[in-house]
Structures are given as structure tokens and as C-alpha cells.
Design a protein around this ligand. Structure first.
Ligand SMILES: Nc1nc2c(c(=O)[nH]1)N[C@H]1C(S)=C(S)[C@@H](COP(=O)(O)O)O[C@H]1N2
Ligand SMILES: [Mo]
Length: 309
């Protein structure tokens, strides 16, 4: 179903991802096919393909762009919520490429513009629930990670997918501090990575990704706590062993490998049964798997979710 909750026009940046894409593909034949598009995000979303709204309730009105940009976690640029907005401009995102390697038949280094032109982009309006018990609703633009994984052809040995953020302490001064096991690293089971909800986002609100939100390409796994959705990805590796994520490495009792949003599994520091939607005053009940239970529960059938938190 096509549905685009239209934000106030002041929140829409007029340049949109398609103009970016057109300029990236300047001189290429594909650029001509995009030439007839109008500038409205709604039209753009329709042209991109489907708009997936997996919630039939009222709780998917997107959080204003200013809040999404101004309240974020990106420890490479500082630990306060407003730090990334202030400092992420230092990140150079062009040129950018993503190396995909490990247990695959066709490893490769993909330039960002190749990923954008090769895979079907869609708008997906997803909840994002941070383990710190705040949440947002973000209208992402991206492609399903499974498209990229299929392209590199995982071998029968591959069980897990590891993601890494750029490691460059000159551009990302937070990496000079002993906060995390840099570069920021996350992992998924291969079946989680192949799930159709799992996105590689290259934009939000109809534009390219703001740097503070993980430009130019980041992972989005909407049923897991936000820390799994690693930003500014440069490397994806398929492997046999379950990896240890950067957060798990520093605080294994707080951050598990699975990190599925679960109101029934306690966390030592934050109450997980409810959450504060950024911009709202009251609290909402946290939904099992962040509201995506019907789509993802099968992935965890028979697993003890207290133990595999
Ligand atoms: N590289 C990197 N990725 C990261 C983080 C980070 O500090 N560094 N923070 C994570 C956390 S804790 C959250 S909640 C989300 C926040 O994404 P947003 O700022 O786009 O809302 O990014 C995740 N990805
Ligand atoms: Mo988070």
C-alpha cells in the first residue's frame, strides 16, 4: 500500500536523493530514465517502488527531521546527543565504497553510486528504538541488504555477517578515545541479514543521509535496539563464527549479540517495558520486536530470549 505521511513542508529538504543520484550518474544512460521525475518526495517514493508501512496503527508519524538530526548517538563524533550534528561535517563521504568479503563466491568493492543504481531503492518508514529507552520514527530510503548479499553469493559455510564503520581517527575524533573497541563493529546472523526488513539506508526524508545519521550508507534493523544499526559502513564480511560487536566487547552483561527489542527482558540501566518517543511527553509501551513481531518472530522460534538477549 502506498502511504506517505507528509511532514510539514518546512521539514522537507528540497534537494532529494534522486537529484543526487542523477548527478552521480551524470553521463550514464540510466540517468536519462530518471529525468522526468518531479521534486515531491511522495512522487519520488512512488517512483522508487513501494512504500512499506508495516504498522496499521497511528504511531508511525515520522519524527521531525530536526529531531532525527539533532538527537543522535554517533560516538565517533562525541557522546552527547547533539555532538554528531555539530561535528559529523568532518566526515568525507565522497568517494565512498563498501568492501564485501569473506565466505562469498563473488567478493567485491562496491562504489556507493553502483549500489544506488544497481539495487532497488525504497522508502521504509520504521520505528527506531534505542536501548536507552527513547524512540523515533524515521522515513528511510534504502535497499534490502539481501539484494547485495545475493549478488556476492554467500558460500554454504557462511553463517554470520559482520559490519564495520570507517576507521579514521582524523575524521572521526571520537576514535582517539578509549570508549569502544574501534572501529564500531556489529553483526547479524545470516538469516537476519537476509530478512526483507533489513535495510541498507542511503537516505531519509527524501534526501541523502545526513552525516550525523550515518552517511553515506548505514544498516537499519528495525526490530533490534538502535546500536545494531551501524552507521557509515565500509566493510561487510561473511563468516562462520558468531562475531562480538563493539558494545558487547566493552559491556557483555548489558549488550548481547541479538539485542532484539523486548519489553520483557530487563537491562541493568534502562527500563525496557516503556519508551519515550522523541518529541512526546508521555511514555509508550515498548512493543515486542519493536512492533515487527509478526514479521520476525519465526527467526527466533525455540530460542530462550532471556539467555540470547
Ligand atoms: N558507527 C556507529 N554507528 C552507530 C552508533 C555509533 O555510535 N557509531 N550508535 C548507534 C546507536 S546507539 C543508535 S540508537 C543509532 C542511532 O541512529 P540515528 O542517530 O540515526 O537515530 O545508531 C547506531 N549506530
Ligand atoms: Mo542506541
Amino acid at each position: 500500500m502506498y502511504r506517505y505521511p507528509r511532514p510539514p513542508s518546512s521539514e522537507i529538504t528540497p534537494r532529494h536523493v534522486f537529484e543526487q543520484r542523477r548527478s552521480l550518474m551524470k553521463g550514464m544512460a540510466a540517468g536519462m530514465a530518471l529525468g522526468s521525475l518531479g521534486s515531491s518526495p511522495a512522487l519520488m517514493a512512488r517512483e522508487l517502488g513501494s512504500v512499506t508501512d508495516t504498522d496499521f496503527g497511528q504511531d508511525l508519524s515520522p519524527t521531525p527531521l530536526e529531531a532525527i538530526r539533532g538527537y543522535s548517538n554517533f560516538y565517533e563524533f562525541g557522546t552527547a546527543k547533539e555532538d554528531p550534528r555539530q561535528h559529523a561535517h568532518q566526515l568525507r563521504t565522497d568517494p565512498w565504497s563498501v568492501r564485501v568479503e569473506g565466505l562469498v563466491d563473488k567478493p567485491g568493492t562496491f562504489a556507493l553510486e553502483d549500489l544506488i543504481s544497481r539495487f532497488q531503492l525504497e522508502e521504509r518508514i520504521y520505528r527506531l528504538r534505542c536501548v536507552e529507552a527513547w524512540s523515533m520514527v524515521i522515513p528511510w530510503i534504502g535497499f534490502e541488504l539481501r539484494q547485495l548479499l545475493k549478488a556476492v553469493q554467500p558460500t554454504s559455510e557462511a553463517r554470520f555477517v559482520v559490519f564495520e564503520t570507517l576507521h579514521d581517527p582524523e575524521q572521526m575524533p571520537g576514535q582517539k578515545k578509549d570508549l569502544l573497541d574501534w572501529p564500531y563493529r556489529e553483526g547479524l546472523r545470516l538469516d537476519e541479514a537476509m530478512h526483507p526488513l533489513t535495510l541498507m539506508a542511503v537516505g531519509l526524508y527524501g534526501d541523502t543521509l545526513p552525516k550525523e545519521n550515518g552517511a553515506p550508507i548505514r544498516l537499519v534493523v528495525p526490530w533490534k535496539y538502535g546500536f545494531k544499526s551501524i552507521k557509515s559502513v565500509v566493510r561487510i564480511r561473511l563468516q562462520k563464527e558468531q562475531p562480538t560487536s563493539s558494545w558487547q566487547a566493552v559491556q557483555p552483561e548489558e549488550y548481547g549479540f541479538y539485542a532484539n527489542v523486548n519489553p520483557n527482558v530487563k537491562h541493568p540501566r534502562w527500563h525496557q517495558a516503556t519508551e519515550r518517543r522523541v518529541g512526546e511527553t508521555g511514555r509508550r509501551k515498548t512493543l515486542m520486536f519493536n512492533g515487527y513481531e509478526s514479521e520476525v518472530a519465526d527467526l527466533y522460534k525455540g530460542m530462550d530470549l532471556e539467555k540470547h538477549f
